[in-house]
Design a protein around this ligand. Sequence first.
Ligand code: TMP
Length: 210
Amino acid sequence: MKSPARFITLEGGEGAGKSTQAKKLAAALKRRGISSIGTREPGGSPGAEEIRNLIVHGEPGRWDTLTETLLIFAARADHVVRTIKPALAARKWVICDRFIDSTFAYQGAGRGLARETIRRMEAIVLDDFRPDLTLILDLPVETGLARASGRGQGAARFENFDVEFHERLRQAFLAIARRSRERCVVIDASANAEAVAEAIWKTVAKRFKL
Ligand code: TMP
């Protein structure tokens, strides 16, 4: 029997190469006859993409942290219901560039919102829906920020927070990986893109016995 469609998320700080790796993973799955969709957060559905524009542009202090987190969860609710769950139901794998762990890292560790507050929103929006596998792309903060500033994509609001903010993010993602060992795998993202793609593929193939 065909294995069930899986929900895979990529996480990490700025400039970790998540979107490149998401595309490479989709291509690797396709070579094995597995169809997938690529999506991202904030965003991933028409309404959530509109909310994304409010979140990723403008001054770092544009939003009060609680308001920002509510916007992120509003986008996530729409994305899960309109994009992720229908794709999985249609037996397509879902590869998502960022998801719930980014909220614990950015709004929690980064911006200081209490973890319990995020947990309560998580319970309302996701219930027990979680990724089957989360790949945490880890690299030194300076390397990531240098890569991110070179790509000129315009979603730069969080790049403009200070270096200590980004260091807290890195430690937060690593702590999430330690707490959720059954779901998360840390990938060294400082290597070149091909080597990172290889490490990701090995992890995915092993996890899902492909
Ligand atoms: P990206 O597409 O370049 O990763 O940009 C999305 C930005 O949104 C990134 O700077 C991280 C931020 N973000 C949060 O702050 N919290 C979240 O929950 C998510 C999904 C993203």
